[in-house]
Write a protein that binds this ligand. Structure first.
Ligand SMILES: C[S@@+](CC[C@H](N)C(=O)[O-])C[C@H]1O[C@@H](n2cnc3c(N)ncnc32)[C@H](O)[C@@H]1O
Length: 193
């Protein structure tokens, strides 16, 4: 099926979601209940904002999105431009979630620019994942939840082990809305230790 006309693309368009990726977060949340009403949610690699829309709908609380690209204004959601691998970004995030005394949930759907070289793309994805995990462990409240996208490859199991050190419940999940040919998979970490 052509990329631009698949089922979830059309569904997203009809529902007013900015991205078909919205359905991945909806499916992750249906299965693993990571975001609850009232939660403060930080979304790393959030452009164009499909996950932000879903996070806001579910939580209704404070939702913050960060991306190296601009995110068009979205009602009730704060955003800023920042690189999640740059240590100054964490300070900006901390400043913005001061009032809520930290985040309840950190979600990360960040993807590197794909080169088509599987091992290079995997290594870049793992770099983004490690930055996301570092941010999550520094801004989440105890008991907080984490979702991160990983492109599979030989460094996957080491990264999964790193997530397991910080969360009491860890699962690997492939939402139905991910394309069948995609190398992506999501790690869900619940209950920051
Ligand atoms: C697949 S898109 C995210 C889609 C989003 N979840 C949605 O539903 O609209 C991946 C995003 O990761 C962002 N990204 C990649 N590297 C990044 C970095 N170092 N810091 C922040 N964002 C980054 C890209 O700019 C891109 O917007």
């Amino acid at each position: 099926m052509p990329r631009h006309k698949d089922h979830f693309y059309r569904k997203a368009k009809e529902a007013g979601y900015r991205s078909r990726a919205s359905y991945k977060l909806l499916q992750i949340n249906q299965k693993h209940n990571v975001i609850k009403k009232g939660d403060t949610v930080v979304d790393l690699g959030a452009a164009p904002g499909g996950w932000l829309q879903v996070a806001k709908e579910i939580s209704g609380g404070f939702v913050l999105g960060v991306d190296i690209q601009n995110i068009a204004p979205l009602g009730g959601v704060e955003t800023f431009r920042g690189d999640i691998t740059d240590p100054s970004t964490i300070e900006s995030i901390k400043g913005m979630i001061e009032k809520t005394e930290g985040a309840d949930v950190v979600i990360c759907d960040a993807s590197p620019n794909l080169s088509g070289n599987w091992s290079l793309d995997h290594a870049r994805s793992i770099d983004l994942c490690r930055s996301a995990l570092d941010i999550a462990t520094k801004i989440l409240k105890p008991g907080g939840n984490f979702v991160v996208k990983v492109f599979q490859g030989d460094m996957f199991s080491d990264f999964l082990a790193a997530v397991k050190k910080h969360f009491s419940f860890v699962k690997v999940y492939g939402p139905q809305a991910s394309r069948k040919e995609s190398a992506e998979i999501y790690i869900i970490g619940k209950g920051l230790l």
